[in-house]
Ligand binder design. Sequence first.
Ligand code: PLP
Length: 384
Amino acid sequence: MKRIYLDNAASSRLDDDVLKAMLPYFTEMYAIPSSQFSHQDGIEVNDAIEDARDAVADYLHVKSSEIIFTSGETESNNLAIKGYARANASKGKHLITATSEHRSVLNTFKVLEKEGFKVTYIEVDEYGHITPEDVKAALREDTILISIALVNHEVGTIQPLKEISGQLEDYQAVLHSNLTYGAGYLSLDMGDLGLSLASLSTDKTNGPKGAGVVFIKDKLKINRLFEGNFNEGYIRPGMVNVPAVMGLAASVKMFQNNSGDIERIGKLRDRMIEKLLKMENTVLNGPAVERVANNVNISFFRAEGESIALHLDMKGISVVTGSACFSQSLEPNYVMMAMGFSHERAHGSIRATLSKYTTEDDIDRAVDAMSEVVQKLRDISPIK
Ligand SMILES: *Cc1c(COP(=O)(O)O)cnc(C)c1O
């Protein structure tokens, strides 16, 4: 039987047209863009990369010169956050982020703390929201950078970036955002959101792995992370993953008319949530509104997320749990803990993330399997 893949926030199936856009750059156009000064092969590939840059700039409503290609979201977050903080340390050493951010952001801030920066970690509410008021209260004269993801990666909370950036007028601080969970689902206009720095990859939305983008607003100073041959200007040395960058550009072009897909995915998400909440002792994690279209995150009390996920896997359904053993540590998922959940609620949580390839039949089969598994586990549970 066909497996039902509901872990698209971790990795997703490549779109066929995106694959088609990538293929020539493996076997036909394999020169590197910086060879443009040496030969025709380099010129052709460089032109293609510049077209890709234009497509990404168009998607984000910025200038092509403000777009840098990297190896993925992790590198983009490191480059934007470390690069900006280090280059602007003379203006102040205070930074702001939130306790619910992705590890590629949190661990970057941890390194900056060791370098002498002070970081304020804003706490999220029980739905994962970061409020503009909390950001305002954390702002100081010496704050230089704030980093808040557009969408929380576990529970799909959409953050009010526009309202947050709207209160920065009297401060020198600039706003950075991890846009990866949100790309393909929300409109990304950097001017409208008030972002000066942003990171993006499309591998969670049917784009390729191994390519990322950093948007750096004109004239902002950034220190590079690596030394080497200059390919992406002076900011990002090292080989550009040409096929992946071509795929990333093809995927952002595809996002520009996918409103039908988003609407359909949102309806399937609602169908799944509605059906699951009919079960006893079941709660939705994350907000009911202002939630990204493909995210379902549910806690089943009196059932272990770990057991649920294992049983579902045996039934051919791929989901993840916020339970401890799956996160390679003894603590339950840190986002759940940041939201103030009890251990039981965090341990019993299941995240299902949909894609444009998810069908109504997939959802109905997944829901049936979940109710069956949870019922069975509760029947044998010693806790009543
Ligand atoms: C996947 C993901 C990352 C890490 O991205 P890579 O491209 O794997 O480095 C960071 N943030 C979010 C929200 C993600 O979904």
